[in-house]
Design a protein around this ligand. Structure first.
Ligand SMILES: *Cc1c(COP(=O)(O)O)cnc(C)c1O
Length: 382
């Protein structure tokens, strides 16, 4: 482990910056999404569970009875198995040939996205003497991985005939479901259902059909089919500013720190690197021990806001690697160790991940997954 890892220090001697994860909010969102979709949930926990902590989140979801988990890579699936996660796990990313044997040995379900990959997985399964559990990936409009829906017939036929593969699922991925009015989703659903019809034509049992990401669950009930794969909504965040909150979701993450320094900056004196901002009048400025070295976006320089003592205040000057400054105004009051919320609630004020993404000029996903492991995760509830 990294000798500077925050995990080697007692909480009291750590820098007070935390990602706080509300496990009760996570349970609530799982139940709410499942009830809304009316089908089992494959909870997507890739990318360190969208920054919330891969293993603790997966163990909590398992305890809450989640039906399935989805990860991007072999490595993430293996980490979950090592941590004692027993529920079915689908590795959704494209696999590399040499990974097939390990995926099977670790009891991970494999995304098969071409005839070639099917042959690789079969060969690995045969050499291990153990059947692989696979989900066939159909491309209906992402042009990412998967067999084009209009070429799915021979692919599905080969998979169904395979002695060494059990076809547990068939799936595709929606490109525009975060936009409730995009016509793309309906077209993708039609292409997907056309591809699934090959199972019927072949007289093969229909595997689990799954298509809906968070946007699909929120906006397009028809796409929920036999199972849904929400990621970001599970964490209580909407995929896009255009998204509709058709399910009552609770934010799971707050990002908190404390004031580490207080000063008066005289009018005209610039703050931080590049001297890009200076106050017009004498003002009070506090320093917060967090920066882009933690994955807090530098693009929030002089744009983002934080909560101190229940009030919104602007980040001023450039965000540094490990610290940034906040203007609390000429009459503002703050003391060292006052709580600072970068994402979260203080009194009746809240700053959401969506607010931060908008100010940073990016999407909420990138904010969540960008918060790196230098910040300790703290779990509450559950
Ligand atoms: C990431 C991912 C999801 C989850 O997407 P959200 O928009 O976070 O709900 C679902 N399916 C696949 C294949 C993914 O890669």
């Amino acid at each position: 482990m990294d000798p500077a890892s925050p995990h080697l220090f007692e909480p009291a001697s750590q820098r007070p910056t935390r990602v706080r994860v509300d496990l009760d909010a996570l349970s609530h969102n799982l139940r709410a999404l499942r009830a809304h979709a009316g089908v089992p949930v494959m909870a997507v926990v890739k990318a360190n569970a969208y920054g919330h902590g891969l293993v603790p989140v997966a163990l909590h979801l398992q305890a809450q009875g989640v039906e399935h988990l989805g990860v991007a890579f072999l490595e993430e699936g293996v980490a979950l198995r090592r941590a004692g996660v027993r529920v079915p796990i689908l590795v959704m990313g494209g696999i590399f040939g040499p990974q097939a044997a390990q995926l099977i040995a670790e009891d991970l379900e494999i995304t098969v996205s071409s005839l070639d990959k099917l042959r690789q997985v079969e060969a690995a399964a045969e050499s291990l003497g153990r059947k692989a559990t696979i989900h066939l990936k159909i491309d209906t409009g992402m042009e990412r991985i998967g067999v084009h829906s209009y070429h799915a017939g021979p692919f599905i036929e080969a998979a169904v005939a395979s002695k060494w593969c059990t076809v547990k699922g068939v799936y595709s991925h929606l490109a525009c479901a975060d936009d409730p009015v995009s016509p793309m989703t309906r077209q993708q659903l039609e292409k997907f259902l056309d591809a699934c019809a090959h199972f019927t034509r072949l007289g093969a049992p229909m595997p689990i059909r799954h298509l809906a990401n968070s946007g699909g669950v929120l906006h397009f009930p028809d796409t929920c089919l036999d199972m849904v794969r929400p990621g970001i909504a599970l964490y209580g965040v909407l995929p896009d500013p255009a998204s509709r909150a058709t399910v009552e979701l609770r934010p799971v993450m707050s990002l908190v720190s404390q004031v580490v320094y207080f000063k008066v900056v005289p009018a005209g004196n610039p703050v931080s690197y590049g001297a890009t901002w200076a106050p017009g009048v004498d003002t009070r400025v506090v320093t917060v021990p967090m920066g882009y070295g933690d994955g807090f976006p530098r693009s929030l320089s002089s744009r983002g806001e934080v909560l101190v003592r229940g009030q919104r205040h602007r980040i001023v000057g450039r965000i540094c690697m490990d610290q940034f400054m906040v203007d609390i105004g000429p009459l503002g009051t703050a003391y060292n160790e006052d709580a600072v919320a970068l994402i979260g609630r203080q009194g009746d004020q809240a700053i959401t991940c969506e607010d931060v993404a908008l100010a940073a000029g990016t999407i909420p996903y990138e904010i969540l997954v960008g918060l790196n492991t230098r910040i300790p995760r703290e779990y509450i509830g559950g």
